[in-house]
Design a binder for this molecule. Structure first.
Ligand code: FPP
Length: 275
C-alpha cells in the first residue's frame, strides 16, 4: 500500500511528499500544540477570534489527513488550564466554537469510524460543553478507527496530580500498606491510559516550549517545531512534518545503527542500550 492510495494528492507538492512517505513508519500517536491563531489574525488586522475560526479549518484538514493515513491516534491541545486567563469573551468564543465544531463535524467523524476522546478536567467546563462532549464520546465509543483526543481544560501537571490522587485513594480504600507504583501503574492512571505515548509532537508558530502538555507521555517523543502559524498549517506542512519524523533516527537512549562511537565499557557494539 502506498500513501497516495490512502490520500488523493491535491497538488504536485503533496504528490511529491506522499511519494516519499513510508506508510509503515508513520507515528503511532501524533500530538499537536496548535499555536498562533491570535498572531495569524493580528497580521491580517482581524480580531483574534477570526484566527480561532481559521484554526478550526486547519484542525479539520489535519484530522481528515491523519484519519486517511490510518494514524492510530491524534491528540490536539485545544484549551489549557491556563487559557481561562484570557478575556472572558475569547474564552466564551472558544467554547462556542468547540460546540459548533462538534455539531457540524460529528456525523463525519462518526461515519469515518473515528473515536472521539476528551482529556482534561472536564468537570470544570460549562454544562453545555460537557453535555456535547459526553454525547460525542458516547456516539463514537465503539468506533475502531483513529482515536481523536481533544485536550480540553488540560494541564500536564494537573493530570499527574490527578493520577497520584487516584492512586492514593486506591491505596487507602484497599488498605495496601506495602503498595509501590511502577511506571506502568502511573501510565495506567493518566487520562491517556491505554493510548500509546506520542512518538511525534508538533508545535506551530515557532515557540520552543512544551507548555504543560502531556509531560509524562512525551518522554521519548520527537519534537517538531515549525514557524508556520496554526491556521496556515496545511496538509503540505503536515506531510513535511511526518517526513521529517521518518528521517530521524530514534534511539531511546541506545546507540543508533549508524553511530560508531564507543559504547560503555569499551564495547564497540552498535546497539548497546544505556537506559
Ligand atoms: C492557539 O492560538 C490556539 C488555541 C488557544 C486553541 C484553540 C484552537 C482552535 C480553535 C483550533 C480548533 C480545535 C479543534 C479541536 C476543533 P493562540 O490564541 O494561542 O495564538 P497566539 O499565541 O498567536 O495568541
Amino acid at each position: 500500500m502506498k500513501t497516495s492510495d490512502l490520500l488523493k494528492p491535491a497538488s504536485r507538492e503533496e504528490a511529491d511528499l506522499l511519494a516519499k512517505l513510508d506508510p509503515k513508519r508513520l507515528p503511532q500517536h501524533l500530538a499537536i500544540i496548535m499555536d498562533g491563531n491570535g498572531r495569524w489574525a493580528e497580521r491580517r488586522h482581524l480580531p483574534r477570534v477570526a484566527g480561532h475560526r481559521a484554526g478550526v479549518k486547519a484542525a479539520r484538514e489535519v484530522i481528515e489527513t491523519c484519519a486517511r493515513l490510518h494514524l492510530p491516534c491524534l491528540t490536539l491541545y485545544a484549551f489549557s488550564l491556563e487559557n481561562w486567563r484570557r478575556p472572558q469573551a475569547e474564552v466564551d468564543f472558544l467554547m462556542r466554537l468547540l460546540r459548533e465544531y462538534l455539531k457540524r463535524e460529528l456525523p463525519s467523524i462518526h461515519k469515518n469510524n473515528i473515536r472521539l476522546l476528551v482529556i482534561g478536567r472536564s468537570a470544570q467546563l460549562p454544562d453545555a460543553v460537557r453535555y456535547d462532549i459526553d454525547q460525542a464520546m458516547r456516539l463514537t465509543a465503539r468506533n475502531t478507527g483513529m482515536k481523536l483526543v481533544v485536550a480540553l481544560n488540560y494541564g500536564g501537571r494537573a493530570e499527574l496530580a490527578d493520577a497520584f490522587n487516584a492512586l492514593l485513594d486506591h491505596v487507602r480504600s484497599h488498605g495496601l500498606s506495602a503498595f509501590r507504583a511502577d511506571e506502568q501503574t502511573i501510565s495506567d492512571h493518566l487520562y491517556t491510559a491505554g493510548l500509546p505515548d506520542p512518538d511525534l509532537l508538533i508545535r506551530t508558530s515557532g515557540e520552543m516550549r512544551v507548555s504543560n502538555f502531556l509531560l509524562w507521555q512525551i518522554a521519548y517523543a520527537e519534537i517538531y517545531v515549525t514557524e508556520t502559524l496554526w491556521p496556515d498549517f496545511s496538509r503540505v506542512r503536515l506531510l513535511e512534518a511526518l517526513l521529517d519524523f521518518q528521517n530521524r533516527e530514534r534511539r531511546y537512549g541506545g546507540l543508533g545503527s549508524g553511530d560508531r562511537r564507543r559504547a560503555p565499557h569499551g564495547n564497540n557494539s552498535d546497539h548497546k542500550a544505556r537506559g
